[in-house]
Design a protein around this ligand. Structure first.
Ligand SMILES: NC(=O)C1=CN([C@@H]2O[C@H](COP(=O)(O)OP(=O)(O)OC[C@H]3O[C@@H](n4cnc5c(N)ncnc54)[C@H](O)[C@@H]3O)[C@@H](O)[C@H]2O)C=CC1
Ligand SMILES: CCC(=O)/C=C/C=C\C[C@@H](O)/C=C/C=C/C=C\[C@@H](O)CCCC(=O)O
Length: 310
């Protein structure tokens, strides 16, 4: 288990909401946390609250706009200076917006470019191959990065979050870990009661609540985050859903692609008449037909091999 005691951590978008929750939990484990956000007053208030609880030498707040790579570099350097260290151990790319009022360009800039700015810098600084000490990066995506579903503020959010999941899986490989000593993790919470929902109308909230069976509270996401940070393997993607323990989502994309491609190949040899709308299979999509057929064959083969073995 990754021990946070004495470690140095930078969290983007942590003046409030989930970022603040993550900061508090990390501080409780004995680490030093640099809070960053574009909201100066809220950031300073959170800093004050945490300084009182954990001490001035372990908490620092800096204004940082994640869309600006120079800002991210500056805050990284200032955090090292404040904590009197030459390295940071953990970066949490948490800053995010739903994107309706920002528009799609700024939404992608914050939710995707912000994560890339942070990861690029952290990988450069932490990389053992570059003389760094290794570390951990946690990217905060969303369940909407795992599948597509309607939410009231538009497609840019879903697009940005699925890109974050894909990017994290691309860089979170065993090779990166072996070479650079960096674990790269992704958290995908369901809808959580935080200020990000402030721009939603009551009707929009009710619709989302119905879709996801109720909202999470920040402390439930905080608990999952700590499990991921302390025990998650590199490249892993954790989902947080209401009323169940957090769980990992494997990348099944290629498996499904191969399955469907095989189906398409098999389909070349199936007479078209089987799928003639007049023959009773009208409402039975041909891919499903092939999938069911393959499943039956697979079960028979499995059963048959069991008979042979025992
Ligand atoms: N609350 C929810 O339902 C869910 C939230 N998430 C993600 O969790 C992360 C945290 O969101 P919440 O705490 O829920 O919302 P929040 O609105 O409380 O926190 C987001 C923070 O990011 C900051 N921020 C926005 N633009 C920024 C920029 N350019 N540079 C630096 N900071 C910036 C905001 O000022 C804010 O403090 C986001 O990435 C969000 O997409 C994921 C799934 C569900
Ligand atoms: C800030 C917003 C964010 O990051 C996340 C939003 C998440 C969901 C938006 C909501 O409108 C869509 C949800 C769609 C869910 C689809 C399937 C579920 O209904 C499966 C239910 C499974 C179960 O009941 O356990």
């Amino acid at each position: 288990m990754f021990n946070l005691s004495g470690k140095t951590v930078l969290i983007t978008g942590s003046a409030g909401g989930l970022g603040k929750e993550f900061a508090q939990r990390i501080l409780q484990q004995g680490a030093k946390v640099c809070l960053t956000d574009i909201k100066t007053e809220l950031g300073q208030a959170t800093e004050k609250e945490f300084v009182k609880a954990f001490g001035a030498d372990r908490v620092h707040f800096e204004v940082c706009n994640v869309t600006n790579a120079d800002d991210v570099l500056k805050v990284w350097q200032n955090a090292c200076q404040k904590f009197e260290v030459d390295h940071l151990d953990v970066l949490v790319n948490n800053a995010g917006v739903m994107g309706e009022k920002e528009g799609w360009k700024l939404c992608l800039d914050i939710n995707l470019r912000g994560v890339l700015n942070g990861c690029t810098l952290a990988m450069e600084k932490m990389s053992r191959a570059n003389g760094g000490r290794g570390g951990v990066i946690v990217n905060v995506a969303s369940i909407l990065g795992l599948f597509n579903a309607q939410q009231p503020k538009g497609w840019a959010y879903n697009t940005s979050k699925s890109a974050v999941v894909t990017y994290s899986r691309c860089v979170g490989t065993a090779e990166t870990e072996a070479q650079d000593g960096i674990r790269i993790l992704t958290l995908c919470p369901s809808v959580t009661q935080t200020p990000i929902l402030d721009g939603c109308t009551q009707a929009e909230l009710a619709e989302m609540k119905k879709n996801v069976g109720g909202f999470l509270q920040a402390d439930q996401v905080g608990k999952a985050f700590m499990t991921l940070l302390q025990t998650g393997q590199t490249g892993s993607v954790m989902s947080v859903w209401k009323d169940c323990p957090p769980y990992y989502i494997p990348d099944t994309g290629m498996g499904l692609f191969i399955l469907y491609t095989t189906c398409a190949m098999v389909m070349r040899f199936v007479p078209k008449s089987v799928f003639d709308p007049t023959n009773g299979l009208k409402f039975f999509p041909h891919m499903t037909f092939i999938l069911v057929a393959m499943l039956v064959v697979w079960i028979l083969v499995a059963k048959f091999s069991m008979w042979l073995l025992f």
